[in-house]
Design a protein around this ligand. Structure first.
Ligand SMILES: Cc1ncc(COP(=O)(O)O)c(C=O)c1O
Length: 471
């Protein structure tokens, strides 16, 4: 590498050509790749090059060698996990963010990045109907957004118990009780482990059909004296059901020892965008902290999420950091709101997307996804051999394969085999899960590109996998 190297035009053109060809291929491209770890290692593993080579050639070489492992996950027929797909405006913003390479950690490093993030947070609060005065920050995803909310919750609980959790640590202090639904997402559990609460110490309350049992929760809370951190779901990942957030906020208000309500709304927060669906997430505006994802339903590229916290002073107390060399810019410093210091300028992709599509564009996209999910659920209900496991109001369809002659264990095996067959077929991608003890298949609808024709392809792939397995 030397300072006389060219501006990189040729490499950028090569990346552009590869990217546009990939995007153009998405409607036809096999959606899953079944490359094994051995195949990928033999395609990519090598010792560190001693001498460099032409950057344009390097980009093209990587794509050619890795292609067998590149999934069409931004495409319209990827129904696995909960994935979005980057929109044109978000992609352009993301590319520009890399080119201008701003550090979005602090005002002094990039006033433009810091102010853009503030505007994006304001727009997101407006989009979701969250109070304008709440603080927040962009994160790398919902896991990090959960962490931001739960770190602030820990700070609050410490203050209730008479100590400063961030300043003095938890050692020797009274334990902090965390209560959640049995459908708490694994990422929130991971955060709680990271924060010293103990993954195994979360008091879990049974969830009926995916939504926490409010009476059981109330009864558990009556037996707890001190402050409680309550984690709610909007929505749970397997079948897309919502906790009753208003009831959780009521329980929070009624708890004598005080309680903090954190809502994991990774994708469910987008229900607020549609007047038709907003009732599902009613009460989220009464939470103390809320976590959500950008790379899911906002359809911006990885990695992107956002955390909102009612009490900005407490958030800053939890992430307080100071050093002589970063002092005194006078502007908004994102690094005092999140774990990281230097950060990617992910606000630009979100700014471009929100500006390009607006509230009405997001409303139309969310409603289209929910309509696609409903159409697929109706097909499951009407089709012999497939069974809807937990009809849900939003964008996830949880189903399984059944045969009259099969008991539950054999149906589980059939369902798992169907997931493998659908993935190998390549027309549509779904993921397997376990729902209330039974093997299940999930299809998540949150990609802006998905059309009714893509839903029909999913139906065909499921039906043909069922027929092939029966044979
Ligand atoms: C409900 C819920 N919470 C949290 C997460 C974690 O999000 P991320 O992968 O963006 O960290 C997910 C991911 O699917 C989720 O569905």
């Amino acid at each position: 590498m030397n300072t006389s190297m060219d501006s990189g035009d040729a490499a950028l053109r090569e990346a552009y050509a590869l990217a546009t060809a990939f995007l153009a291929s998405l409607p036809q491209r096999p959606v899953s790749q079944v490359a094994t770890p051995q195949e990928m290692a033999s395609a990519l593993d090598e010792v560190l090059p001693e001498h460099g080579s032409d950057p344009a050639g390097v980009v093209g070489e990587w794509f050619a060698r890795a292609e067998r492992g590149i999934t069409a996950s931004p495409g319209p027929r990827f129904f696995g996990f909960v994935n979005g797909g980057v929109t044109p405006a978000a992609l352009a913003g993301d590319w520009l963010a890399s080119a201008i390479d701003q550090n979005a950690g602090m005002w002094a490093a990039s006033p433009a990045a810091a102010q853009t993030e503030l505007v994006v947070l304001r727009w997101l609060k407006e989009l979701f109907g969250l109070p304008a005065e709440w603080a927040g920050a962009l994160t790398s995803g919902a896991t990090m957004a959960n962490l931001v909310g739960l770190v602030t919750a820990r700070q609050w609980a410490g203050r209730q118990l008479g100590f400063d959790a961030a300043g003095d640590g938890l050692a020797g202090q009274p334990p902090i009780v965390v209560v959640a639904s049995s459908e708490i997402h694994l990422s929130a559990v991971k955060c709680l482990g990271t924060l010293g609460f103990g993954r195994n110490q979360v008091r879990q309350v049974a969830a009926r059909r995916g939504a926490v049992d409010i009476d059981a929760l109330a009864s558990l809370l009556r037996g707890i004296d001190g402050p409680v951190i309550l984690v709610g779901n909007a929505a749970e990942v397997n079948s897309g059901h919502f906790d009753d957030l208003g009831a959780l906020a009521d329980l929070r208000d009624a708890h004598a020892g005080g309680a903090w309500l954190h809502v994991d709304a990774a994708f469910g927060l987008f229900a607020a965008v549609s007047p038709r669906l907003a009732h599902l997430v009613r009460g989220v505006e009464r939470a103390d902290s809320v976590a959500a994802d950008g790379h899911k339903w906002l359809n911006v590229p990885y990695d992107s999420g956002f955390a909102f916290v009612r009490d900005g002073a407490l958030l800053r107390e939890a992430f307080a950091a100071s050093g002589a060399y970063v002092a005194g810019s006078g502007g908004w410093d994102p690094f005092t709101h999140v774990p990281e210091m230097s950060r990617r300028f992910r606000g630009l992709a979100a700014w471009c997307a929100l500006k390009a599509y607006g509230r009405s564009g997001y409303r139309a996209m969310v409603e289209r996804c929910v309509d696609n999910a409903a159409a697929f659920a109706r097909w499951v209900e009407a089709t012999p051999g497939v069974e809807l496991m937990n009809p849900a109001p939003l964008n996830i369809v949880c189903f399984r394969l059944v045969r009259a002659a099969l008991d539950d264990t054999a149906s589980d095996e059939l369902t798992r085999a169907a997931v493998r067959a659908i993935q190998a077929d390549g027309r549509a991608f779904v993921t397997g899960t376990v729902w209330q003890g039974r093997a299940a298949i999930r299809a998540a609808f949150d990609n802006w590109r998905t059309t009714a024709a893509d839903v029909r392809l999913l139906q065909e792939a499921v039906a043909q996998a069922g027929i092939a397995l029966a044979a």
